[in-house]
Design a protein around this ligand. Structure first.
Ligand code: HEM
Ligand code: HEM
Length: 173
């Protein structure tokens, strides 16, 4: 069975780690804002981690073209669904950070970051559609990622086709 190139595999697992961090930081930001304790550094670090996810995803799509990907495991309906889920994940990995960037640009967060002044940070995101969109996309990404992981578990433990070898950093002997 073929596997993805090493750099694609590294980005796959790095993206998972960064998503967990960005999710935690985003939720903490939301809590801090409601308690009146949001900081410029908090917004900058969350935006940076989310921005890196976007850059890595774009890089991954380039590597997918240059390095290629292993052939599909099969051609059943479920295999096609898995492929659709992968495409949906790529779309979400681009749209989620973009909605975050839009949120910064279309709210007072941008102004506060430019001035380096936490007192300019918004208390509410009224009239900023990107805020609601960002929150929805986070939840959609989590739901689709759960389906993806369930699919991987089904392959690994029920079909037993060792699918994890395709995204494993260890070289098979
Ligand atoms: C514990 C968590 C995860 C496991 C066990 C896992 C497992 C896998 C496996 C086995 C594959 C290869 C599928 C195949 O070749 O048909 C794969 C591919 C993929 N994974 Fe994950 N994954 C996890 C988390 C994630 C997350 C959080 C994302 C993104 C949000 C993600 C996005 C993708 C994408 C887009 C592909 C398709 C790669 C391509 O064809 O270009 N994965 N994953
Ligand atoms: C791709 C990874 C990202 C993830 C997983 C993520 C996750 C989150 C989460 C969970 C929240 C809290 C939502 C809520 O409960 O209201 C949030 C809020 C936010 N995110 Fe992101 N985000 C990402 C990328 C970005 C990027 C790239 C930016 C900006 C450049 C950004 C800017 C924001 C802002 C401004 C908030 C509002 C915080 C607040 O409520 O005060 N995010 N994000």
């Amino acid at each position: 069975m073929g596997k993805y190139s090493k750099r694609i595999i590294i980005i796959h697992w790095l993206t998972l780690a960064l998503l967990v961090v960005a999710w935690f930081l985003g939720d903490s930001l939301d809590d801090a804002r409601h308690e009146g304790g949001a900081t410029i550094a908090g917004y900058m670090v969350h935006s940076l981690v989310g921005g890196v996810v976007l850059l890595l995803t774009l890089l991954r799509l380039v590597y997918r073209r240059t390095d290629g990907i292993p052939p599909a495991l099969g051609d059943t309906l479920l295999d096609k669904v898995a492929k659709g889920v992968h495409h949906l994940l790529y779309l979400l990995l681009i749209l989620l950070p973009l909605s975050g960037i839009m949120q910064v640009l279309t709210s007072d967060v941008g102004k506060a970051l430019l001035a380096g002044d936490a007192s300019l940070l918004p208390k509410k995101f009224e009239g900023v559609p990107a805020h609601g969109v960002h929150e929805i996309l986070v939840n959609v990404l989590i739901a689709v990622a759960v389906v993806h992981v369930l699919g991987a578990l089904k392959h690994q433990f029920i079909t037993k086709d060792n699918i994890m070898a395709r995204v494993s950093l260890r070289d098979r002997k």
